[in-house]
Design a protein around this ligand. Structure first.
Ligand SMILES: Cc1cc2nc3c(=O)[nH]c(=O)nc-3n(C[C@H](O)[C@H](O)[C@H](O)COP(=O)(O)O)c2cc1C
Length: 384
């Protein structure tokens, strides 16, 4: 169980850290909280004591070496919200409270999530201090744009809990994919028959987004091209949208040369309407649709693969392994993940990871866990 130290400073967003601590506990992290004296004016330490199940630290009263002990205890240290006051002190090495002293005693990169009024945040002195912190190797979670507590609209809102959690995972994971560029397609394409009706499938994007999350945590630069999705988008990842298979094909080909690893997880339509009606088809007795084959994106990528590592997915109802192996060879892939239709749209799945010489079976894993398995296999097969 990893140990997360959450630092809380005196900003109006301090109440949001209560949700963060709760989410961290739900995710089975061990959590301790250190607060600046001013933070206690916004939220009571008792709230965090209850949610974290641990004593909350605000000064040295009971433990003279609290700063050293906390710094040694933590696997990762996130300061959220971080006031412009605290971030400026961090940039200058000032240590006039327990939180700041702990940060100085901590020997790994800090995760800093600033939140402030837009004008304060954009102040050149603050921007310079943020750049200094970045140059020192600390991670800055950019605040979001939105309506602020001061009723202004602008940049300065604390990153949402999901993004904060994502950075915590990022900080805790090894970086076997550092320096690699991973390009993932996911979701379902839509092939319009007329302006309102389309052919599609149940793909949610969960698998591709999970791959994108894990690849980022492992240090890769990640780009995703997604069709229609219902799963939560991964934070801090470049996301390009495509509706039809043709649009996805164009986006893939435009970005292919950028990638070291290409993972084709999108559920694209194999068949597309021969013609798209410009106006809505009127209700009538029956309708016969003529479908033609859509572009085979994976085959085209296989043809243009050069020295990039290409992973495909195969959804099979019968002879899973046999058909997957055939697809691996025919489409010039390096790896293929084979699974059954019950995986589509579901949170978990089972299946096989195949290369020309290896076979690994996985059973009812969450898509996040199977993303780890798949990317571990990719790491084993590419030169790092
Ligand atoms: C109501 C109120 C809201 C505040 N909100 C913020 C904020 O969101 N961000 C910020 O940087 N400072 C904010 N401040 C200013 C800080 O509280 C102030 O700079 C304080 O010295 C911060 O101390 P600390 O960084 O040690 O916690 C706010 C002050 C008040 C009174």
């Amino acid at each position: 169980m990893s140990k997360v130290l959450v630092g809380i400073t005196g900003g109006i967003a301090a109440y949001k850290s209560a949700y963060l601590v709760r989410e961290l506990k739900k995710a089975e992290f061990e959590v301790k909280v250190v607060m600046t004296p001013f933070a206690g004016k916004f939220v009571s330490p008792m709230t965090f004591e209850t949610l974290s199940g641990n004593k909350v630290y605000t000064d040295w009263d009971e433990e003279p070496l609290a700063h050293i002990n906390l710094a040694r205890w933590a696997d990762t240290f996130l300061i959220a919200p971080c006031t412009v006051n605290t971030l400026s002190k961090l940039a200058c090495g000032i240590a006039d409270n327990l939180l700041l002293t702990t940060a100085l005693a901590y020997d790994k990169p800090l995760i800093i999530a600033p939140a402030a009024n837009t004008v304060m945040y954009k102040n050149p002195a603050i921007q310079e201090n943020i750049n200094r912190l970045r140059d020192m190797g600390h991670m800055i979670i950019e605040p979001e744009f939105g309506v602020l507590a001061c009723e202004e609209v602008g940049e300065g809102k604390l990153a949402d809990t999901e993004r904060l959690m994502d950075w915590i995972f990022y900080s805790l994971e090894d970086k076997p994919l550092r320096g690699k560029k991973i390009f993932i397609t996911c979701g379902a394409t839509r092939e319009y028959i007329d302006p309102v009706r389309f052919i599609s499938n149940d793909a949610s994007g969960e698998m591709g987004f999970s791959l994108a999350r894990v690849a980022r945590w492992w240090g890769a630069e990640v780009k995703v091209i997604a069709g229609f999705t219902t799963a939560k988008e991964p934070p801090e990842v470049e996301l390009i949208r495509a509706v039809s298979v043709e649009e996805m094909f164009r986006a893939v080909m435009e970005n292919l040369s950028w990638a070291d690893v290409f993972i084709m997880n999108a559920a694209v339509s194999d068949f597309i309407p021969a013609t798209k009606h410009e106006s809505k088809i009127k209700k009538k007795e029956g309708l016969t649709l003529k479908l033609v084959k859509g572009v085979d994106i994976l085959r085209e990528v296989g043809k243009n693969k050069e020295d990039r590592f290409v992973v495909g997915f195969a959804l099979e109802t019968e002879n899973i392994l046999e058909n997957a192996k055939k697809k691996l060879r025919e489409k010039n892939l390096d790896m293929i993940v084979a699974n059954t239709p019950d995986s589509i749209g579901s949170k978990s799945h089972k299946g096989f990871i195949l290369t020309e010489n290896t076979l690994e079976e996985f059973d009812s894993l969450s898509k996040l866990e199977s993303a780890r398995r798949i990317l571990k296999r990719v790491c084993d097969n590419i030169s790092l």
